[in-house]
Write a protein of this length. Structure first.
Lengths: 419, 155
């Protein structure tokens, strides 16, 4: 298989692919807490605990660790390495942007390992929302939004000329932005709130079977429709909860993975990015082409992901889809090809994402919505457990798992793991 | 409401949290026209593509040259949300308010949409596809905020 780049250079994909070159071999985590309740732990103490837990799970030690492949400013590798006593850092890099990079950070690890830059990479998130809240909700948050630089992302400082076009329009939070996408999808395809309710209810159902999940009360359709509207068409239950905790995973070469403690979860493929004009998307311009506006922004990533892996959506046994807002699960199901574009609503309402009975079980751990919101890391852990056969809500015979990060400001990302 | 950090707020109208335009060469003409209740946008002189918010380079052909074109100031709601929960106590008197994306008449659509607060409306009845027109709120000598309101249609 060959691809001609715009420079005219002939690139043979098989020669440069990261396909099957690395595997996730260790998973670790702290308990999960509701927002702010992890005190007196700190983000540093939780990060160290999760990393040590993951190394131990793999049968490795700090002496083996030499790479940090992270996203969303998960930690400062320098500080963590000093605290843990990492002998030598050989790779320390992060995907730009935010939660959209969670799944893609595994691709970064695979690239570092396949490229010979590192031998053992950690990907992690440590989150304590004691003095800060993701998305920002107070005046400070709004002003941080209003003063975003042209580079995108929160709190980068500096007021760019374009900010004056977006600061005074009442779009204050990610929830507002995703409501705007959702409203357009509902308009174009007739998607109903019942579909979003099914995402919330099915994932809650999965969480209530797991002792570590934060949401343990079953959810009914009445509960959903009684929930107060926050930014119409999204209600409170469509929003993820806010959580504290840390999760870390360890990636090594496929060859080395065979000799370790756990069955490897091989990285078949990983891709991140998105269409340029999506850009910071909902946070800024809303100039995405019409055919993409009412989407999760994942479509081009999904295409590259399946091409790299040499599989299609029909081969995926379990999907761990980033769910900061329930409608975006529906849109990702379309963009990853589990159903045609525009048919995500009926697809979900027909029970297709249910554990045990659905055609593609989604977020069997409860997801960000009902397990814990550690910015996508719990999805990676669940994928690995599914492939090891040790998940609490185990999909029988699961061989291939899809993990996604985002939608958000680009890049968004997807990774396919296999056992 | 004098102790409100957002000032003297009114229902449905999102208060100005940025009261300076921070304009540069690419955006100054927009704000100058806004002071005079005129909506203008840069159009690429090479390929004719509008770009809003104004940027230095055309996203279609990557050329810098642009001419400023006055637009009719009307458009169609492309998507919209009703914000019902105030993210700050000072915004409680403002909700519910409508924020939406408007596709501007006289442009190519995507690439010249504006994300705006839609005012002078019943939030419950504002719908995608509704026709709207621009109205500028003059905050101070420098900043005039573009908002849109429904066009009254005589039946």
């Amino acid at each position: 298989m060959a691809n001609r780049a715009s420079t005219g250079l002939l690139i043979t994909l098989s020669a440069v692919t990261i396909k099957d070159k690395a595997a996730v071999v260790g998973i670790g985590r702290t308990p999960y807490w509701k927002r702010g309740q992890s005190y007196p732990e700190t983000e540093m103490s939780m990060a160290c605990a999760a990393i040590l837990d993951a190394l131990d799970d793999a049968g490795l030690s700090v002496a083996d660790l030499d790479g940090f492949s992270i996203y969303a400013n998960a930690c400062d590798p320098a500080t963590v390495a000093a605290a843990l006593g990492v002998p030598e850092i050989r790779f320390a890099a992060a995907l730009s942007a935010g939660g959209g990079g969670s799944a893609g950070a595994l691709g970064l690890a695979a690239a570092a390992i396949a490229g010979g830059m590192a031998t053992c990479c950690v990907t992690l998130m440590s989150l304590q929302q004691l003095n800060r809240r993701l998305g920002g909700t107070a005046v400070d948050g709004m002003l941080a939004y209003a003063t975003m630089s042209t580079g995108g992302g929160y709190g980068r400082g500096g007021i760019s000329p374009s900010v004056a076009f977006t600061a005074n329009n009442g779009m204050l939070s990610p929830g507002h932005g995703f409501s705007l996408i959702t409203a357009r999808h509902m308009h174009l395809y007739g998607t109903g709130r019942e579909a979003f309710a099914e995402v919330c209810i099915s994932q809650r159902d999965n969480a209530t079977k797991r002792p570590m999940s934060l949401q343990q009360e079953p959810l009914t359709l009445d509960d959903y429709f009684d929930s107060r509207m926050v930014s119409d068409p999204l209600c409170l239950l469509d929003y993820t909860m806010e959580s504290d905790g840390a999760v870390a995973v360890i990636t090594v070469s496929a060859e080395r993975a065979k000799d370790l403690k756990q069955p490897p979860a091989y990285i078949m493929a990983s891709a991140h990015g998105g269409t340029g004009r999506w850009g910071p998307g909902i946070f800024r311009y809303c100039q995405t082409p019409d055919e993409e506006f009412a989407s999760s922004g994942h479509r081009p990533v999904a295409k590259r992901l399946y091409e790299m892996a040499g599989v299609g959506p029909e081969d995926v046994d379990v999907a761990l889809l980033y769910d900061h807002f329930s409608p975006l699960v529906v849109l990702q199901l379309e963009d990853y090809g589990f159903c045609p574009i525009g048919e995500g609503g009926p697809f979900v309402e027909d029970g297709n994402i249910r554990f045990e009975t659905g055609s593609i079980p989604v977020n069997t751990h409860g997801g960000n919505l009902s397990d814990a919101y550690i910015i996508g890391m719990t999805h990676i852990v669940e994928a690995v457990e599914q492939l090891r056969g040790t998940a609490i809500n185990q999909v029988e015979g699961a061989e291939i798992a899809l993990i996604t990060g985002g939608p958000a400001s680009l890049p968004v990302s997807g990774t396919l793991l296999r056992r | 409401m004098t102790d409100n950090p957002f000032g003297d707020v009114q229902p449905g109208v999102f208060p100005a949290i940025l009261t300076e335009t921070h304009a540069d060469e690419s955006t100054q003409p927009f704000w100058e026209a806004a002071k005079q209740d005129r909506l203008v946008a840069p159009r690429c002189t090479n390929c004719g593509t509008f770009r809003l918010p104004p940027e230095a380079v055309c996203f279609q052909c990557q050329r810098r040259e642009a001419e400023w074109v006055e637009l009719p100031g009307t458009g169609t709601i492309y998507s919209r949300i009703i914000v019902r929960h105030p993210l700050h106590p000072g915004l409680a008197p403002v909700v519910p308010y409508v924020t939406g994306v408007v596709e501007l008449d006289g442009t190519q659509g995507a690439g010249a949409r504006m994300l705006v607060n839609i005012v002078d409306c019943d939030p419950e009845t504002v719908a995608i596809g509704d026709r709207v027109e621009i109205v500028f709120e003059h905050v101070n000598e420098e900043m005039s905020i573009p908002r849109f309101r429904p066009i009254e249609i005589d039946i």
